[in-house]
Unconditional design. Structure first.
Ligand code: ADP
Ligand code: MG
Length: 684
C-alpha cells in the first residue's frame, strides 16, 4: 500500500513543474495516477491497406516513404513537411504542419506505421499530422489500443502514458486488491493488477471490458461498504428524545398556511426526534418547496424543550439568509437565533459562544466556524445541514462528535431517483416535499440556438427595465479542453455583456475568485444592485434572490440535467413570472433529449429519473450533485445492474465483517478509509 502512495515526484521525468501540472489534474501520488483513467481510447491495433482505409476515420496504415521529405515555408510561422508513402494497394500524401524535425526523422525507403485520418479523395488520398513509428520497432504508439488522457497545458498524452507505464511497472504485483479473492471469484471479476494494467494499456477489447467492469464494480462496492459502515456505527449511538409539542401553535404564528407536504415532513421528523435513537432524516424537496420551514419547526420543537439546534449552511451568504428567515420564525417564541461564521470578529464569536454554552441561544446558524473545537453547546439536540453536498465527511464527523447523539436532519434540493435513493441511503429516512407552496409559478423553459442571441439580449434588457434581475451561467472552462473554442467562459462573457449593455450593472462570479470577493458580489446581487450576474455554477446552491426572473444557461449541453434543474430553481422565487433559457447549438441526440426533458417538466424527481436513465449511475455520481464522492469511473459506463450487484456484494460482506476487521478485508478497509479522508470528497 505504501508504495502506491508515493509522491509523483519520484517518477522519472517528473520534477517540480510537472508535479504541479499533475496536481492540477488532481494527481499527487502514484495511486491517484493509476486511478486517472483514460477518457477515451484509440484503436491502433489493426493496420489497414491504404486503398481500403475509410475516409475521415483514424486508422493505422503501414507505408513506405517514396522520396526524401520536403520542407517548405508557406508563410511566416507556417512550415510544412510533405512526403508521399505507399503500400501494395495505393499511396497517400502526408503533410506535417510545423514539425520540421520530421524532415530528418523519416527516411526514403523506410516503412512506417502512420496513424491518422485519411482525407482527400480516392484519386488522391491525404493524411495530416499523423502519429508514426518505424514498422521495425512498432508497438509503442501503434499495434495496440492507445489510451487518451484528459490533459492540461504542458502535459502531453505521451507524458501521461510514460508516467502511468512507469507507475504500473513499479506497482506490478504489489497493487493491493480491495476486492477479496472470494468475491472476485463469485462475481467473475478480474484482479486489481490486471484491471489497472488493462484500463490504461488494454491488451485487447475484451481485456479492456473486463478491466472496466471490475473497476466500475469496485467503485460502487467500496462506496457501498463505506455507506454501510457509516450506517452501522450510527446505529450503535443513542439519542436525546425531544418531547413532541403541539405544532399548531407554531403554525398559527406563520403568515402563510404550511402545505400538506411540509406538515407531513415536520410530523415525520418530530416523530423520529421523540425516539431514544438519533434521527437521521433527509428532507428532499425541490427548490422553493419550503424546506426552511420544516427545519424551523424542528428547531422550534427542540427549543420548546429547552434544547439547542445547530444549523449548518454551506456559505456565509446562505448563513446570513437563514439567520434572517429563522429569526422571523423563532423570535415570536422568545427563542434566540445567533450566527457563527468565519468572517465575524473574535469578539462577536466569543459572545455567541458564551450564549451557546449558557443555553441562551436556541438556534445557531453557521458555516465551518461552528465546527471548531471550542464551540460548546449546553444542550445540543439537533443538527440541521442545508444542501449537504457541500460538506465533507470530516466536517460531518466533527459535528456529530460535538453534538454526540444529536438528531440530524439533512435538507437537499437535489432530488435523487427513488431507485438510487433506496440503495444509497438504505436506512436513512427520507421525507419528500412534493408540493410547492400555492401561487408558485412554473418557470417557463426554452431551448434556443445561437441564432436567437440578439432576441435573447433584447429580452434580458426588457426584463431589467421592468426592474428584474438576470442570471447568466456559463460552464466551467477547463484548460486544454479540445472542444473549448466555442465555450463561453464566465469572465469573457461578462465582459461581452458589459460592453453590450453599458448602462446596466453586470457582475461576474466564478470559481477562482476568493470567497470574500464572491460573497461581496453575491451580497450586492441580493441587495438588487446587480442587473445581470454572470457566473459559473457557483451560484447553484441555495441563494435566494426573489427578484431574479430570468436564468440563461450558456452551452447548456454541458450541464447535467439535475444541475440545470438546480439552476432553474434560482429564478421564480418571488411572485414574478420567470423564465429559463437554455442556449445550445449542440445537435447530439443525448443533448437534445436532456434539454427537451427540461422544457417538458418542472418536476425535479422526474428530471432526476431521466438524468439517471440518460447517463447511467456512474456518471450520475460523477457530477457530485448528490453529496457522494466523485467517482473515477464516471464516463466508464456501468449500468444499474452493476451498481445493484456491487451493493448486494457489499451487504453480504458487511454482514460477516461489519467493521472490516478480517485480514482478507484489509485492503478494502484501507480504501474505505481513503474515501472518508479524501479532502474534497463528500459523503453523508
Ligand atoms: P427551499 O425549499 O428552496 O429551501 P424555502 O424554504 O427557501 O425553499 O422557501 C421558499 C419561499 O417560499 C420562502 O420565501 C418561504 O417563505 C416561502 N414559503 C415556504 N412555505 C410556504 C407556504 N406554505 N406558503 C407560502 N409560502 C411559503
Ligand atoms: Mg433552502
Amino acid at each position: 500500500m505504501a508504495e502506491l502512495n508515493t509522491d509523483v515526484r519520484f517518477l522519472k521525468g517528473v520534477g517540480e513543474q510537472r508535479a504541479r501540472l499533475l496536481a492540477k489534474l488532481g494527481i499527487h501520488n502514484t495511486r491517484e495516477l493509476l486511478e486517472y483513467f483514460p477518457r477515451a481510447y484509440e484503436d491502433r491495433s489493426v493496420t489497414v491497406p491504404i486503398a481500403q482505409a475509410p475516409f475521415d476515420q483514424s486508422v493505422c496504415i503501414s507505408a513506405t516513404v517514396s522520396a526524401p521529405p520536403l520542407l517548405s515555408r508557406v508563410r511566416r510561422g507556417m512550415e510544412l513537411v510533405k512526403l508521399r508513402a505507399f503500400d501494395d494497394t495505393g499511396a497517400v500524401d502526408i503533410t506535417f504542419f510545423n514539425q520540421n524535425y520530421v524532415k530528418n526523422a523519416l527516411h526514403q525507403g523506410e516503412t512506417y506505421i502512420f496513424y491518422g485520418k485519411i482525407g482527400g479523395s480516392p484519386m488522391r488520398r491525404t493524411m495530416s499530422n499523423p502519429d508514426y513509428e518505424s514498422a521495425r520497432r512498432a508497438g509503442a504508439k501503434t499495434g495496440r489500443i492507445m489510451p487518451r488522457y484528459r490533459l492540461c497545458r504542458g502535459l502531453s498524452n505521451a507524458h501521461m502514458m510514460g508516467y502511468v507505464r512507469e507507475c504500473l511497472d513499479m506497482a506490478a504485483g504489489k497493487v493491493p486488491d480491495p476486492l477479496p479473492e472470494s468475491m472476485r471469484e463469485k462475481y467473475a471479476l478480474a484482479d486489481a493488477g490486471f484491471a489497472y494494467e488493462n484500463i490504461h494499456f488494454p491488451a485487447g477489447f475484451s481485456a479492456l471490458e473486463a478491466a472496466r467492469r471490475r473497476l466500475v464494480f469496485q467503485e460502487f462496492f467500496v462506496l457501498a461498504c463505506a455507506l454501510g459502515a457509516v450506517r452501522g456505527s450510527r446505529r450503535r449511538d443513542g439519542g436525546v428524545p425531544v418531547p413532541r409539542p403541539d405544532t399548531e401553535r407554531f403554525y398559527a404564528s406563520l403568515s402563510f398556511e404550511p402545505t400538506g407536504a411540509q406538515r407531513r415532513a415536520v410530523d415525520e421528523a418530530l416523530r423520529d426526534m421523540s425516539q431514544p435513537c438519533p434521527m437521521n432524516r433527509l428532507v428532499q424537496g425541490d427548490v422553493g418547496s419550503g424546506k426552511t420551514l420544516v427545519a424551523a419547526a424542528c428547531a422550534w420543537a427542540a427549543g420548546q424543550a429547552g434544547m439547542q439546534t445547530a444549523f449548518m449552511a454551506p456559505t456565509e451568504i446562505l448563513a446570513e439568509q437563514h439567520l434572517k428567515t429563522l429569526t422571523c420564525f423563532l423570535s415570536p417564541f422568545g427563542m434566540r437565533v445567533d450566527k457563527l461564521t468565519g468572517s465575524m470578529t473574535a469578539k462577536e464569536k466569543r459572545e455567541v459562544k458564551v450564549r451557546l454554552a449558557s443555553g441562551e441561544t436556541a438556534l445557531v446558524v453557521g458555516t465551518h466556524a461552528l465546527l471548531t473545537a471550542d464551540v460548546e453547546f449546553s444542550s445540543p439536540a439537533l443538527v440541521i445541514t442545508d444542501e449537504q453536498h457541500r460538506f465533507g465527511v470530516n466536517q460531518r464527523g466533527a459535528l456529530s462528535a460535538k453534538g454526540k447523539r444529536a438528531h440530524t436532519l439533512v435538507m437537499s434540493a437535489t432530488p435523487i431517483p427513488r431507485t438510487l435513493a433506496l440503495m444509497i441511503y438504505g436506512d436513512l429516512d427520507v421525507s419528500v416535499i412534493d408540493e410547492l407552496p400555492p401561487g408558485r409559478q412554473k418557470v417557463d423553459t426554452f431551448t434556443v440556438n445561437e441564432s436567437y442571441r440578439q432576441r435573447l439580449y433584447g429580452f434580458m434588457e426588457k426584463l431589467v427595465r421592468e426592474g428584474r434581475q438576470v442570471f447568466v451561467v456559463c460552464p466551467m472552462v477547463e484548460e486544454n479542453d479540445e472542444t473549448d473554442c466555442q465555450l463561453k467562459s464566465a469572465e469573457e462573457h461578462a465582459k461581452e455583456l458589459a460592453a453590450r449593455f453599458p448602462h446596466l450593472r453586470v457582475e461576474c462570479v466564478h470559481g477562482r475568485m476568493k470567497a470574500a470577493e464572491k460573497n461581496s458580489v453575491m451580497a450586492a446581487v441580493v441587495r438588487g444592485e446587480v442587473d445581470i450576474l454572470v457566473s459559473t455554477t457557483v451560484i447553484e446552491v441555495g441563494v435566494d434572490v426573489p427578484n431574479a426572473a430570468l436564468m440563461v444557461v450558456e452551452n447548456a449541453e454541458r450541464f447535467g440535467l439535475s444541475q440545470l434543474h438546480q439552476l432553474r430553481g434560482r429564478v421564480g422565487r418571488g411572485g414574478h413570472k420567470s423564465w429559463c433559457i437554455l442556449v445550445s447549438d449542440s445537435r447530439t441526440e443525448e443533448a437534445r433529449a436532456r434539454l427537451s426533458a427540461m422544457c417538458r417538466t418542472n418536476d425535479g424527481f422526474r428530471i432526476s429519473e431521466e438524468d439517471l436513465r440518460l447517463r447511467g449511475p456512474g456518471d450520475f455520481f460523477g457530477s457530485r450533485q448528490h453529496g457522494l464522492p466523485e467517482m473515477h469511473i464516471a464516463g466508464l459506463g456501468g449500468g444499474m445492474d452493476v451498481l445493484k450487484t456491487a451493493q448486494d456484494a457489499a451487504h453480504e460482506l458487511l454482514k460477516d465483517d461489519p467493521e472490516l476487521r478480517r485480514p482478507e478485508n484489509a485492503a478494502l478497509r484501507e480504501r474505505v478509509r481513503a474515501l472518508f479522508e479524501a479532502k474534497s470528497d463528500t459523503l453523508n
